[in-house]
Design a protein around this ligand. Structure first.
Ligand code: MV4
Length: 463
Protein backbone atom coordinates (compact mmCIF):
# COMPACT_ATOMS: atom_id res chain seq x y z
CA UNK A 1 0.00 0.00 0.00
CA UNK A 2 1.49 3.39 -0.93
CA UNK A 3 2.31 5.64 2.00
CA UNK A 4 0.16 8.73 1.75
CA UNK A 5 -0.25 11.43 4.35
CA UNK A 6 -3.72 10.04 4.94
CA UNK A 7 -2.36 6.60 5.72
CA UNK A 8 0.50 7.69 7.91
CA UNK A 9 -1.39 10.32 9.89
CA UNK A 10 -5.16 10.00 9.68
CA UNK A 11 -7.07 12.48 11.84
CA UNK A 12 -7.30 10.19 14.88
CA UNK A 13 -3.64 9.24 14.57
CA UNK A 14 -2.13 12.68 15.10
CA UNK A 15 -1.16 13.19 18.71
CA UNK A 16 1.71 14.66 20.67
CA UNK A 17 0.32 14.10 24.17
CA UNK A 18 -0.77 10.80 25.72
CA UNK A 19 -3.04 10.44 28.72
CA UNK A 20 -2.10 7.30 30.63
CA UNK A 21 -5.30 5.85 32.07
CA UNK A 22 -3.60 3.67 34.64
CA UNK A 23 -1.48 3.67 37.79
CA UNK A 24 1.44 1.80 39.36
CA UNK A 25 4.38 0.26 37.55
CA UNK A 26 2.70 0.26 34.14
CA UNK A 27 1.97 4.01 34.34
CA UNK A 28 5.72 4.49 34.93
CA UNK A 29 6.61 2.10 32.08
CA UNK A 30 4.30 3.85 29.58
CA UNK A 31 5.55 7.30 30.59
CA UNK A 32 9.11 6.23 29.87
CA UNK A 33 8.16 5.00 26.39
CA UNK A 34 6.28 8.25 25.65
CA UNK A 35 9.22 10.42 26.69
CA UNK A 36 11.60 8.39 24.55
CA UNK A 37 9.27 8.97 21.59
CA UNK A 38 9.18 12.72 22.31
CA UNK A 39 5.56 12.64 23.47
CA UNK A 40 4.16 14.61 26.38
CA UNK A 41 2.36 12.68 29.09
CA UNK A 42 -0.69 13.24 31.26
CA UNK A 43 -0.95 11.19 34.43
CA UNK A 44 -4.23 10.63 36.22
CA UNK A 45 -4.81 9.40 39.73
CA UNK A 46 -7.39 8.58 42.33
CA UNK A 47 -7.29 10.23 45.75
CA UNK A 48 -5.30 7.26 47.08
CA UNK A 49 -2.55 7.88 44.51
CA UNK A 50 -2.21 11.68 44.94
CA UNK A 51 1.34 11.33 46.30
CA UNK A 52 2.46 8.77 43.71
CA UNK A 53 5.74 9.72 42.01
CA UNK A 54 4.38 8.89 38.54
CA UNK A 55 2.32 12.08 38.93
CA UNK A 56 5.31 14.38 39.33
CA UNK A 57 7.27 12.87 36.44
CA UNK A 58 4.40 13.44 33.98
CA UNK A 59 3.95 16.73 32.10
CA UNK A 60 0.58 17.13 33.80
CA UNK A 61 -1.23 15.31 36.57
CA UNK A 62 -4.95 15.25 37.28
CA UNK A 63 -6.82 13.67 40.15
CA UNK A 64 -9.97 12.29 38.60
CA UNK A 65 -11.88 10.73 41.48
CA UNK A 66 -12.04 8.91 44.81
CA UNK A 67 -9.91 5.90 45.74
CA UNK A 68 -12.34 3.26 44.57
CA UNK A 69 -11.33 2.19 41.04
CA UNK A 70 -14.95 2.27 39.89
CA UNK A 71 -14.98 6.01 40.57
CA UNK A 72 -11.54 6.79 39.16
CA UNK A 73 -9.53 4.45 36.90
CA UNK A 74 -12.75 2.90 35.59
CA UNK A 75 -14.65 6.17 35.27
CA UNK A 76 -14.86 6.63 31.50
CA UNK A 77 -16.45 10.09 31.58
CA UNK A 78 -13.90 11.42 34.06
CA UNK A 79 -11.04 10.06 31.94
CA UNK A 80 -12.43 11.55 28.73
CA UNK A 81 -12.92 14.89 30.48
CA UNK A 82 -9.37 14.82 31.85
CA UNK A 83 -8.06 14.03 28.35
CA UNK A 84 -9.85 17.07 26.93
CA UNK A 85 -8.80 19.34 29.81
CA UNK A 86 -5.15 18.33 29.49
CA UNK A 87 -5.18 18.59 25.71
CA UNK A 88 -4.09 15.00 25.12
CA UNK A 89 -4.80 13.42 21.74
CA UNK A 90 -4.51 9.78 22.78
CA UNK A 91 -5.27 7.49 25.69
CA UNK A 92 -3.06 4.57 26.70
CA UNK A 93 -5.13 2.21 28.88
CA UNK A 94 -2.25 0.01 30.14
CA UNK A 95 -3.52 -3.38 31.36
CA UNK A 96 -6.55 -4.16 33.50
CA UNK A 97 -9.05 -1.32 34.14
CA UNK A 98 -10.43 -0.12 30.76
CA UNK A 99 -7.83 -1.81 28.55
CA UNK A 100 -10.20 -4.42 27.10
CA UNK A 101 -13.42 -2.44 27.26
CA UNK A 102 -14.76 -2.16 23.69
CA UNK A 103 -17.32 0.52 24.64
CA UNK A 104 -14.52 2.68 26.07
CA UNK A 105 -12.31 2.24 22.99
CA UNK A 106 -15.32 3.24 20.89
CA UNK A 107 -16.06 6.30 23.06
CA UNK A 108 -12.41 7.40 22.82
CA UNK A 109 -12.43 7.18 19.02
CA UNK A 110 -15.85 8.87 18.79
CA UNK A 111 -14.41 11.76 20.83
CA UNK A 112 -11.84 12.21 18.06
CA UNK A 113 -9.02 10.76 20.17
CA UNK A 114 -6.73 7.78 19.58
CA UNK A 115 -7.17 4.68 21.70
CA UNK A 116 -3.71 3.10 21.96
CA UNK A 117 -4.90 -0.42 21.33
CA UNK A 118 -6.93 -2.41 18.84
CA UNK A 119 -10.22 -1.23 17.34
CA UNK A 120 -13.34 -1.51 19.48
CA UNK A 121 -14.57 -4.19 17.11
CA UNK A 122 -11.44 -6.37 17.57
CA UNK A 123 -11.76 -6.00 21.35
CA UNK A 124 -15.43 -7.02 21.16
CA UNK A 125 -14.71 -10.07 18.97
CA UNK A 126 -12.01 -11.32 21.37
CA UNK A 127 -14.09 -10.42 24.43
CA UNK A 128 -16.68 -12.93 23.29
CA UNK A 129 -14.75 -16.17 23.63
CA UNK A 130 -17.01 -17.95 21.13
CA UNK A 131 -16.56 -15.35 18.38
CA UNK A 132 -12.82 -15.35 19.17
CA UNK A 133 -12.69 -19.11 18.67
CA UNK A 134 -14.70 -18.86 15.46
CA UNK A 135 -12.29 -16.24 14.09
CA UNK A 136 -9.29 -18.41 15.02
CA UNK A 137 -10.70 -21.58 13.50
CA UNK A 138 -11.50 -19.65 10.30
CA UNK A 139 -7.88 -18.44 10.20
CA UNK A 140 -6.40 -21.91 10.72
CA UNK A 141 -5.22 -21.40 14.31
CA UNK A 142 -5.33 -24.76 16.16
CA UNK A 143 -8.12 -24.72 18.78
CA UNK A 144 -9.27 -27.01 21.59
CA UNK A 145 -11.69 -29.63 20.19
CA UNK A 146 -15.30 -28.45 20.47
CA UNK A 147 -17.78 -26.34 18.49
CA UNK A 148 -17.19 -22.63 17.80
CA UNK A 149 -20.87 -21.97 18.49
CA UNK A 150 -22.92 -21.43 21.65
CA UNK A 151 -24.44 -24.47 23.35
CA UNK A 152 -28.07 -24.98 22.38
CA UNK A 153 -30.83 -25.56 24.96
CA UNK A 154 -31.90 -29.00 23.80
CA UNK A 155 -30.52 -31.62 26.27
CA UNK A 156 -30.18 -34.38 23.67
CA UNK A 157 -28.11 -32.16 21.36
CA UNK A 158 -25.90 -31.10 24.28
CA UNK A 159 -25.28 -34.75 25.26
CA UNK A 160 -24.42 -35.52 21.67
CA UNK A 161 -21.86 -32.69 21.53
CA UNK A 162 -20.21 -33.91 24.75
CA UNK A 163 -20.02 -37.50 23.50
CA UNK A 164 -18.53 -36.32 20.24
CA UNK A 165 -15.82 -34.35 22.09
CA UNK A 166 -15.30 -37.10 24.67
CA UNK A 167 -15.25 -36.68 28.45
CA UNK A 168 -13.92 -34.91 30.42
CA UNK A 169 -15.28 -31.70 28.89
CA UNK A 170 -15.23 -28.12 30.16
CA UNK A 171 -18.14 -25.68 30.04
CA UNK A 172 -17.07 -22.06 29.57
CA UNK A 173 -18.99 -18.78 29.50
CA UNK A 174 -18.66 -16.78 26.27
CA UNK A 175 -18.34 -13.66 28.41
CA UNK A 176 -15.76 -15.20 30.75
CA UNK A 177 -12.04 -15.59 30.29
CA UNK A 178 -9.02 -15.51 32.54
CA UNK A 179 -10.44 -18.40 34.53
CA UNK A 180 -13.84 -16.91 35.33
CA UNK A 181 -17.06 -18.74 34.47
CA UNK A 182 -15.94 -22.28 33.75
CA UNK A 183 -16.70 -25.77 35.04
CA UNK A 184 -15.14 -29.16 34.37
CA UNK A 185 -17.51 -32.05 33.62
CA UNK A 186 -15.90 -35.47 34.26
CA UNK A 187 -18.76 -37.58 32.93
CA UNK A 188 -22.31 -37.49 31.55
CA UNK A 189 -23.76 -37.76 35.09
CA UNK A 190 -23.15 -34.13 35.94
CA UNK A 191 -23.43 -32.58 32.46
CA UNK A 192 -26.80 -30.85 32.71
CA UNK A 193 -26.32 -29.72 36.28
CA UNK A 194 -22.92 -28.20 35.39
CA UNK A 195 -24.45 -26.36 32.45
CA UNK A 196 -27.33 -24.99 34.53
CA UNK A 197 -24.96 -23.75 37.25
CA UNK A 198 -22.47 -22.19 34.83
CA UNK A 199 -25.29 -20.56 32.86
CA UNK A 200 -26.69 -18.87 35.96
CA UNK A 201 -23.23 -17.70 37.04
CA UNK A 202 -22.60 -16.35 33.53
CA UNK A 203 -25.92 -14.52 33.44
CA UNK A 204 -25.10 -12.83 36.75
CA UNK A 205 -21.41 -12.15 36.20
CA UNK A 206 -21.27 -11.29 32.50
CA UNK A 207 -24.87 -10.37 31.66
CA UNK A 208 -24.95 -13.16 29.08
CA UNK A 209 -25.96 -16.82 29.56
CA UNK A 210 -24.07 -17.89 26.43
CA UNK A 211 -21.86 -20.97 26.98
CA UNK A 212 -19.61 -23.23 24.91
CA UNK A 213 -18.05 -26.65 25.42
CA UNK A 214 -14.51 -27.94 24.90
CA UNK A 215 -12.42 -31.01 25.55
CA UNK A 216 -10.89 -30.56 29.02
CA UNK A 217 -7.10 -30.83 28.85
CA UNK A 218 -5.85 -32.22 32.15
CA UNK A 219 -2.17 -31.30 32.34
CA UNK A 220 -1.37 -28.56 29.81
CA UNK A 221 1.18 -25.77 29.93
CA UNK A 222 0.09 -22.18 29.28
CA UNK A 223 2.08 -20.84 26.37
CA UNK A 224 1.38 -17.54 24.67
CA UNK A 225 2.50 -15.80 21.50
CA UNK A 226 3.04 -12.03 21.34
CA UNK A 227 2.15 -10.21 18.12
CA UNK A 228 2.32 -6.63 16.94
CA UNK A 229 0.42 -5.29 13.93
CA UNK A 230 0.33 -1.94 12.18
CA UNK A 231 -2.54 -0.39 10.22
CA UNK A 232 -0.91 -1.20 6.90
CA UNK A 233 -1.08 -4.99 6.83
CA UNK A 234 2.24 -5.69 8.55
CA UNK A 235 2.31 -8.26 11.35
CA UNK A 236 5.15 -9.89 13.27
CA UNK A 237 5.16 -12.41 16.10
CA UNK A 238 7.79 -11.95 18.80
CA UNK A 239 8.27 -15.50 20.01
CA UNK A 240 6.60 -17.20 22.92
CA UNK A 241 6.30 -17.14 26.71
CA UNK A 242 5.43 -19.79 29.29
CA UNK A 243 3.03 -18.52 31.93
CA UNK A 244 2.15 -21.85 33.54
CA UNK A 245 3.44 -20.77 36.97
CA UNK A 246 0.16 -19.42 38.32
CA UNK A 247 -1.98 -19.60 41.42
CA UNK A 248 -5.73 -19.06 41.19
CA UNK A 249 -5.32 -17.69 37.66
CA UNK A 250 -2.79 -15.10 38.88
CA UNK A 251 0.52 -15.51 37.09
CA UNK A 252 3.51 -15.50 39.43
CA UNK A 253 6.52 -16.23 37.19
CA UNK A 254 6.72 -15.90 33.42
CA UNK A 255 9.53 -16.81 31.06
CA UNK A 256 10.54 -16.41 27.45
CA UNK A 257 10.99 -18.54 25.50
CA UNK A 258 8.90 -21.44 26.81
CA UNK A 259 11.38 -24.19 27.76
CA UNK A 260 11.82 -27.19 25.52
CA UNK A 261 9.63 -26.05 22.61
CA UNK A 262 11.45 -26.80 19.37
CA UNK A 263 11.40 -23.96 16.79
CA UNK A 264 9.82 -26.20 14.14
CA UNK A 265 6.90 -26.98 16.46
CA UNK A 266 6.11 -23.35 17.37
CA UNK A 267 6.86 -21.86 13.94
CA UNK A 268 3.56 -22.92 12.25
CA UNK A 269 1.62 -21.70 15.30
CA UNK A 270 3.28 -18.27 15.12
CA UNK A 271 2.54 -18.06 11.40
CA UNK A 272 -1.11 -19.00 12.06
CA UNK A 273 -1.33 -16.17 14.60
CA UNK A 274 0.05 -13.74 12.02
CA UNK A 275 -2.48 -15.04 9.48
CA UNK A 276 -5.31 -14.57 12.00
CA UNK A 277 -4.25 -10.96 12.64
CA UNK A 278 -4.29 -10.24 8.91
CA UNK A 279 -7.67 -11.92 8.49
CA UNK A 280 -9.37 -9.93 11.27
CA UNK A 281 -7.55 -6.68 10.46
CA UNK A 282 -5.96 -6.54 13.91
CA UNK A 283 -3.96 -3.49 14.92
CA UNK A 284 -1.71 -3.00 17.94
CA UNK A 285 -0.18 -5.51 20.32
CA UNK A 286 -1.93 -8.75 21.16
CA UNK A 287 -1.35 -12.08 22.80
CA UNK A 288 -2.60 -15.46 21.65
CA UNK A 289 -3.03 -17.80 24.62
CA UNK A 290 -2.57 -21.51 24.03
CA UNK A 291 -2.72 -24.67 26.06
CA UNK A 292 0.17 -26.96 25.13
CA UNK A 293 -0.19 -30.66 25.84
CA UNK A 294 1.55 -33.72 24.41
CA UNK A 295 3.31 -31.71 21.72
CA UNK A 296 0.22 -29.89 20.39
CA UNK A 297 -1.04 -26.29 20.72
CA UNK A 298 -4.68 -25.39 21.37
CA UNK A 299 -5.85 -21.74 21.21
CA UNK A 300 -7.99 -20.65 24.18
CA UNK A 301 -8.16 -16.84 24.23
CA UNK A 302 -6.67 -13.70 22.74
CA UNK A 303 -5.72 -10.75 24.95
CA UNK A 304 -6.08 -7.42 23.18
CA UNK A 305 -3.91 -5.43 25.60
CA UNK A 306 -0.31 -4.84 26.58
CA UNK A 307 0.37 -7.59 29.14
CA UNK A 308 2.04 -7.49 32.54
CA UNK A 309 4.67 -9.98 31.32
CA UNK A 310 5.65 -8.07 28.13
CA UNK A 311 9.17 -7.41 29.53
CA UNK A 312 10.34 -11.03 29.10
CA UNK A 313 9.62 -10.69 25.39
CA UNK A 314 11.31 -7.27 25.31
CA UNK A 315 14.49 -8.75 26.77
CA UNK A 316 14.61 -11.76 24.43
CA UNK A 317 13.59 -9.86 21.27
CA UNK A 318 15.47 -6.65 22.09
CA UNK A 319 12.39 -4.63 21.09
CA UNK A 320 10.55 -1.96 23.05
CA UNK A 321 7.00 -3.29 22.80
CA UNK A 322 5.40 -0.22 24.39
CA UNK A 323 7.15 2.16 21.99
CA UNK A 324 6.15 -0.05 19.06
CA UNK A 325 2.56 -0.14 20.33
CA UNK A 326 2.41 3.67 20.48
CA UNK A 327 4.02 4.05 17.06
CA UNK A 328 1.53 1.78 15.32
CA UNK A 329 -1.28 3.71 17.06
CA UNK A 330 0.18 6.86 15.47
CA UNK A 331 -0.31 5.16 12.12
CA UNK A 332 3.37 4.48 11.49
CA UNK A 333 4.43 1.53 9.42
CA UNK A 334 5.98 -1.21 11.56
CA UNK A 335 9.72 -0.67 11.14
CA UNK A 336 10.61 -4.33 11.29
CA UNK A 337 9.77 -7.47 9.35
CA UNK A 338 9.62 -11.06 10.60
CA UNK A 339 13.17 -11.60 9.37
CA UNK A 340 14.39 -8.87 11.73
CA UNK A 341 12.94 -10.63 14.77
CA UNK A 342 15.52 -12.77 16.54
CA UNK A 343 14.90 -14.01 20.06
CA UNK A 344 18.06 -14.50 22.05
CA UNK A 345 18.81 -15.95 25.46
CA UNK A 346 16.31 -16.59 28.20
CA UNK A 347 14.28 -14.27 30.39
CA UNK A 348 12.30 -14.68 33.62
CA UNK A 349 9.91 -12.30 35.33
CA UNK A 350 8.87 -12.53 38.98
CA UNK A 351 5.83 -10.59 40.09
CA UNK A 352 6.51 -9.06 43.49
CA UNK A 353 3.21 -8.68 45.30
CA UNK A 354 2.39 -6.91 48.57
CA UNK A 355 0.90 -9.97 50.19
CA UNK A 356 1.58 -12.44 52.94
CA UNK A 357 4.09 -15.04 51.76
CA UNK A 358 2.06 -17.92 53.20
CA UNK A 359 -1.59 -16.83 53.25
CA UNK A 360 -1.38 -14.65 50.09
CA UNK A 361 -3.61 -12.08 51.79
CA UNK A 362 -2.95 -8.52 50.54
CA UNK A 363 -0.63 -6.48 52.74
CA UNK A 364 -1.08 -2.70 52.75
CA UNK A 365 1.15 -0.20 54.55
CA UNK A 366 4.29 1.89 54.25
CA UNK A 367 7.49 0.57 52.66
CA UNK A 368 10.02 1.46 55.37
CA UNK A 369 13.11 0.13 53.59
CA UNK A 370 13.73 -0.69 49.93
CA UNK A 371 16.79 -2.14 48.20
CA UNK A 372 16.49 -3.16 44.57
CA UNK A 373 18.90 -5.38 42.65
CA UNK A 374 20.96 -4.13 39.71
CA UNK A 375 23.59 -5.45 37.36
CA UNK A 376 23.93 -6.95 33.90
CA UNK A 377 20.73 -8.62 32.72
CA UNK A 378 18.64 -7.34 35.62
CA UNK A 379 15.64 -5.04 35.16
CA UNK A 380 13.15 -3.82 37.76
CA UNK A 381 9.82 -2.28 36.72
CA UNK A 382 8.26 -0.59 39.73
CA UNK A 383 6.53 2.52 41.00
CA UNK A 384 7.49 2.16 44.66
CA UNK A 385 10.22 3.79 46.77
CA UNK A 386 11.16 3.87 50.46
CA UNK A 387 8.31 5.67 52.20
CA UNK A 388 5.76 4.60 49.57
CA UNK A 389 2.33 3.75 50.94
CA UNK A 390 0.86 0.58 49.43
CA UNK A 391 -2.88 1.17 49.30
CA UNK A 392 -5.42 -1.59 49.80
CA UNK A 393 -7.61 -0.41 46.91
CA UNK A 394 -5.80 -1.93 43.94
CA UNK A 395 -3.92 -4.95 42.66
CA UNK A 396 -1.11 -6.03 44.97
CA UNK A 397 1.61 -5.94 42.25
CA UNK A 398 4.35 -3.60 43.50
CA UNK A 399 7.31 -4.55 41.30
CA UNK A 400 8.43 -6.85 38.53
CA UNK A 401 11.88 -8.39 38.67
CA UNK A 402 13.03 -9.32 35.19
CA UNK A 403 16.30 -11.02 34.26
CA UNK A 404 17.96 -12.00 31.00
CA UNK A 405 20.90 -14.37 30.42
CA UNK A 406 22.23 -16.55 27.59
CA UNK A 407 20.66 -19.79 28.85
CA UNK A 408 17.68 -20.78 30.99
CA UNK A 409 19.95 -22.12 33.73
CA UNK A 410 21.95 -18.88 33.83
CA UNK A 411 18.73 -16.85 33.86
CA UNK A 412 17.54 -18.86 36.87
CA UNK A 413 20.82 -18.20 38.65
CA UNK A 414 20.52 -14.52 37.82
CA UNK A 415 16.97 -14.44 39.22
CA UNK A 416 18.18 -16.08 42.48
CA UNK A 417 20.80 -13.34 42.68
CA UNK A 418 18.20 -10.64 41.93
CA UNK A 419 15.80 -12.02 44.54
CA UNK A 420 18.63 -12.17 47.08
CA UNK A 421 19.35 -8.50 46.42
CA UNK A 422 15.75 -7.39 46.89
CA UNK A 423 14.85 -6.04 50.33
CA UNK A 424 11.39 -4.69 51.04
CA UNK A 425 10.45 -3.90 54.63
CA UNK A 426 7.35 -2.50 56.29
CA UNK A 427 4.93 -4.64 54.31
CA UNK A 428 4.80 -8.36 53.59
CA UNK A 429 5.73 -9.57 50.12
CA UNK A 430 5.85 -12.86 48.27
CA UNK A 431 9.65 -12.66 47.97
CA UNK A 432 10.34 -15.56 50.41
CA UNK A 433 7.97 -17.71 48.38
CA UNK A 434 9.67 -16.72 45.08
CA UNK A 435 13.12 -17.48 46.55
CA UNK A 436 11.94 -20.96 47.52
CA UNK A 437 10.39 -21.53 44.10
CA UNK A 438 13.67 -20.72 42.34
CA UNK A 439 15.31 -23.51 44.40
CA UNK A 440 12.82 -26.09 43.14
CA UNK A 441 14.30 -28.92 41.09
CA UNK A 442 11.31 -29.71 38.86
CA UNK A 443 10.92 -26.02 37.99
CA UNK A 444 14.62 -25.86 37.14
CA UNK A 445 14.17 -28.85 34.82
CA UNK A 446 11.15 -27.21 33.16
CA UNK A 447 8.89 -30.06 34.30
CA UNK A 448 5.85 -27.96 35.13
CA UNK A 449 2.29 -27.44 33.94
CA UNK A 450 -0.57 -25.10 34.93
CA UNK A 451 -1.24 -27.11 38.11
CA UNK A 452 2.36 -27.36 39.29
CA UNK A 453 2.51 -24.27 41.52
CA UNK A 454 -0.67 -25.07 43.43
CA UNK A 455 0.50 -28.66 43.98
CA UNK A 456 3.91 -27.40 45.09
CA UNK A 457 2.25 -25.04 47.61
CA UNK A 458 0.09 -27.83 48.96
CA UNK A 459 3.14 -30.05 49.53
CA UNK A 460 5.06 -27.16 51.07
CA UNK A 461 2.23 -26.44 53.50
CA UNK A 462 1.99 -30.10 54.47
CA UNK A 463 5.75 -30.27 55.15
C1 MV4 B 1 -8.95 -24.83 29.78
C2 MV4 B 1 -8.25 -25.77 30.58
C3 MV4 B 1 -8.28 -27.08 30.18
N1 MV4 B 1 -8.96 -27.44 29.08
N2 MV4 B 1 -9.58 -25.22 28.68
C4 MV4 B 1 -8.28 -21.09 32.63
C5 MV4 B 1 -8.13 -19.65 32.29
C6 MV4 B 1 -8.72 -19.49 30.95
N3 MV4 B 1 -7.88 -18.62 30.18
C7 MV4 B 1 -8.82 -20.85 30.38
N4 MV4 B 1 -8.43 -21.76 31.42
C8 MV4 B 1 -8.34 -23.09 31.20
N5 MV4 B 1 -8.97 -23.53 30.08
C9 MV4 B 1 -9.60 -26.51 28.35
N6 MV4 B 1 -10.28 -26.88 27.26
C10 MV4 B 1 -7.59 -25.32 31.72
C11 MV4 B 1 -7.62 -23.97 32.04
C12 MV4 B 1 -6.88 -23.56 33.20
C13 MV4 B 1 -5.76 -22.76 33.08
C14 MV4 B 1 -5.32 -22.27 31.85
C15 MV4 B 1 -4.22 -21.46 31.77
C16 MV4 B 1 -3.50 -21.13 32.92
C17 MV4 B 1 -3.91 -21.59 34.13
C18 MV4 B 1 -5.04 -22.40 34.23
C19 MV4 B 1 -5.43 -22.88 35.49
C20 MV4 B 1 -6.55 -23.67 35.58
C21 MV4 B 1 -7.27 -24.00 34.44
Amino acid sequence: MPETSEHSAAAGHRFDTVLIANRGEIAVRIQRACRELGLKTVAICSEADREAPYGSTADSFLCIGPSSAAKSYLNQDAILLATRLAGAGAIHPGYGFLSENAAFADAVEKAGLTFIGPTASSIAIMGDKISAKRAMMAAGVPCVPGPDTALPDDPATIEHIALEIGYPVIIKAAGGGGGRGMRVVPSANSLHEAIALTREEARKAFGSPSLYMEKFLEHPRHIEIQVICDDHGNVVWLGHRDCSMQRRHQKVVEEAPAAGIAPDIIQPVGLACVQACLQIGYRGVGTFEFLYEDGAFYFIEMNTRLQVEHPVTELTSGLDIVQAQIRVAQGHVLDLTQGDVTCEGHSFECRINAEDSDSFLPSAGVVTHLALPAGPGIRVDTHIHAGYKVSPYYDSLIAKLIVHAPTRAEAMTRMREALAGTEIEGISTNIPFLRALFEDGAFARGETDIHYLEQWLKLRRAA
